[in-house]
Design a protein around this ligand. Sequence first.
Ligand code: NAG
Ligand code: NAG
Ligand code: NAG
Ligand code: NAG
Ligand code: NAG
Ligand code: NAG
Ligand code: NAG
Ligand code: NAG
Ligand code: NAG
Ligand code: NAG
Length: 699
Amino acid sequence: MRLIQLWTIVTLTAGAAAKIPAHQREHVVRSFNPHRNASSSTTPLQVGNGNFAFGVDITGLQTFSHFATESSWAWHNFSLPTTPGQTSPSDFTGLDWWTHGRLVNYDMPNPAENDISNWLIENPQRLSIANIGLHFSEGNVTEEQLLFKSQDLDIWEGTIRSTFRYKGSDVSVQVWCHPDDPIVGIEIKSDLLDSGDLGVSFDFPTSDINKFDAPYVGVWNDTADSTALMESTSSTASFKHTLDSNINGLGIKWSGKGSVSGPSPGTNRFVLKSSGSKVVQLVAVFRPGNDTRYSFPTYNNIASASREWWADYWTSGAFVDLSATKNTNATELQRRIILSQYLVAVNEASYNPPQESGTIPPRLLEMFLWHSLQFARWGHYDLLSRSAPSTYKRFLQSSIDRATQQGYAGARWGKMTDPTGRSAPGEINALLIWQQPHVMHFAEYFYREFPNHDTLEEWDEVVTATADFMASYAWWNQSTKVYDLGPPMYPVSENTSPNVTINPTFELAYWRFGLDIAIQWKERQGITVPGAWATVRDNLAPLPIIDDAYAVYEGIPNMWQPNTTTVQDHPAMAGVYGLLPPPSTGPPLNITSMRHTASLIKELWDFGDSYGWDFSMLAMNSLRLGDVDQAIAYLLDEYYVFDDAGYAEGGSRVPTPYMPDAGGLLLAAAMMAGGWDGDEGPHFPENWNVVVEGFSPSL
Ligand SMILES: *[C@@H]1O[C@H](CO)[C@@H](O)[C@H](O)[C@H]1NC(C)=O
Ligand SMILES: *[C@@H]1O[C@H](CO)[C@@H](O)[C@H](O)[C@H]1NC(C)=O
Ligand SMILES: *[C@@H]1O[C@H](CO)[C@@H](O)[C@H](O)[C@H]1NC(C)=O
Ligand SMILES: *[C@@H]1O[C@H](CO)[C@@H](O)[C@H](O)[C@H]1NC(C)=O
Ligand SMILES: *[C@@H]1O[C@H](CO)[C@@H](O)[C@H](O)[C@H]1NC(C)=O
Ligand SMILES: *[C@@H]1O[C@H](CO)[C@@H](O)[C@H](O)[C@H]1NC(C)=O
Ligand SMILES: *[C@@H]1O[C@H](CO)[C@@H](O)[C@H](O)[C@H]1NC(C)=O
Ligand SMILES: *[C@@H]1O[C@H](CO)[C@@H](O)[C@H](O)[C@H]1NC(C)=O
Ligand SMILES: *[C@@H]1O[C@H](CO)[C@@H](O)[C@H](O)[C@H]1NC(C)=O
Ligand SMILES: *[C@@H]1O[C@H](CO)[C@@H](O)[C@H](O)[C@H]1NC(C)=O
């Protein structure tokens, strides 16, 4: 039943003055600035620009913790195996599985090719480029010895200010990241700089194993020589860091006089000592390759560029102001929204599809939507445009090759991909299909925002290739006279048996959604719609129902039984009316069944084994079903946790931070604020005092 809501909500109407002026946005944003008095063992505080991020400990630099400095261009391969017959990626042959009466070759690990299979799964990895820390001349200082530690991340300006006392002297450190380039600006103030007790250290990893041991990537204590000091003057220096065939550079420039020494024996640590000044401004420029010519902006240039970029980010997008609601749930929801917005701009706004832990591997195309669609919903198309549709265009040829080689038309998008679009071997990787219609989901939001010929043309090739595969993949079942999806396949919940999985609820609904949009795409351009698209769409298998509720897949045994795997993993059937709009063609969604599905999920699902974005999917489903309180309850569920700095915690299945959870939260919040086609909302609890601005309805 729909709640009757007494709105105290104002929405922006076209042409009206800003309902939430910049100073009010600033007040709300800054009220959630993270404050720390000790390093976290799991998350850094970060500055960054989407393609580059710099994570720091309590000192404001990477002094005690090897938090990551990562960039979109910094990748590394382990050396290839030397096992005879498995020395090159082309030696990988995968496995053939029966697929509707024919053998299809999939990129699955072949037990006879273990070494090259593993190499293809593990490579390339993001490389943590270098660490910059404080260097205490007394070599054994620990965090406990620093007194009065205090640290604030000012998310309105994109800067971290850290202070503490050491040996009776105050030390303050401020760091900024350039909004366009992999450059940080650091200002250190302390008497200890002048006395020689304090310097700045530069460390380089000698390998990047430990890549799944978040938060640290890389080996920092190896004695192998990896880094050379290429050039050193009294105000500049540059380093060349070599890891196998990978070369990256770091150039630094500082105010006043000083010198760089090192590496100290058996380490890859270099130290900058300045003299004659109690203030050092240091600019560090990271870049790929071995060119030693650097050009340095000033510290002040970086600070003012950062201030300008962040003020624009916070004032140009959509905004939700819950600050007039004196309710702990509203405050916590607002905190999660604001901090997630900061973290997605730092970690997710790359020209590559984001990785699960932001700048930490792996990178999964089915999660691209959960990471990045929020940029569209919050009015940051500029950031989404960095990766879409360019990523799809970049991956198009290899995806066409994959489809062709498997006997399908169009382009089959991989799941776990490297930056070139190569799919990592894996049974799930090869058989997952729900990443496919994401293309239409992104494209349609772009078209809503920019309803013109350029948008249609820009996406046409990838939409067409995507739909061609979808039509060709669906299989005409002679006995039931419908088009089936699978087997073999994996649905969103990756815990079913692939050779019997057929017609999963979410994938069927998503196939219809994707083909509907592809057909409209052609109609808008006045181009003939390929006949197969409508034929498949109009004859898809019906959504499977078991016990009056939508099931994981058609005929799945023991559906809706407690303590079975059928009620574990992602409850994607809720996504049919949460992430997706109801169907615009074919049989309507049965809302009675959908409601029943939602209540069975609530009663039976193993939430402890779920992922955070599952809760945002469930919250969106609750919203469409009219249950706002349940939506809030899901968004604040005990298993959907955000730490003090706003990082979503991974939970039992994935490492912390887990960035799709931030994207999911922002999608759900945008749906509360902007509603959806036909019911524009907003949708918040009735006694909340809410101002929203700049949202458009969800599909
Ligand atoms: C440090 O922060 C924690 C959590 O915010 C707080 O409980 C503690 O009292 C603080 N300690 C100091 C010394 O300020
Ligand atoms: C890693 O190896 C693959 C396959 O040989 C190659 O395409 C890619 O460019 C390499 N990447 C790096 C960072 O070396
Ligand atoms: C699925 O079928 C293929 C043969 O087509 C077989 O090799 C494979 O082991 C089966 N997989 C499972 C999980 O049963
Ligand atoms: C640190 O090392 C110095 C010698 O370099 C020593 O005098 C001092 O006691 C040590 N401090 C601690 C806390 O171990
Ligand atoms: C390097 O550090 C790791 C983890 O901190 C530790 O397990 C290892 O023993 C250290 N290796 C050396 C050579 O000190
Ligand atoms: C720098 O890299 C280029 C291209 O990779 C290579 O041709 C050149 O030899 C390298 N120079 C040095 C000094 O390593
Ligand atoms: C046709 O559909 C039915 C019902 O879904 C299924 O059991 C059967 O396996 C399908 N036929 C073939 C040949 O796949
Ligand atoms: C919807 O499902 C309910 C059972 O959940 C059923 O009673 C009803 O007939 C269905 N409605 C339609 C239109 O199919
Ligand atoms: C399901 O498992 C929980 C504990 O994991 C147990 O408490 C409960 O009794 C089980 N329910 C059924 C119906 O077996
Ligand atoms: C906050 O949300 C929880 C979960 O929905 C609910 O139980 C609680 O009553 C709410 N608290 C307030 C103050 O509204």
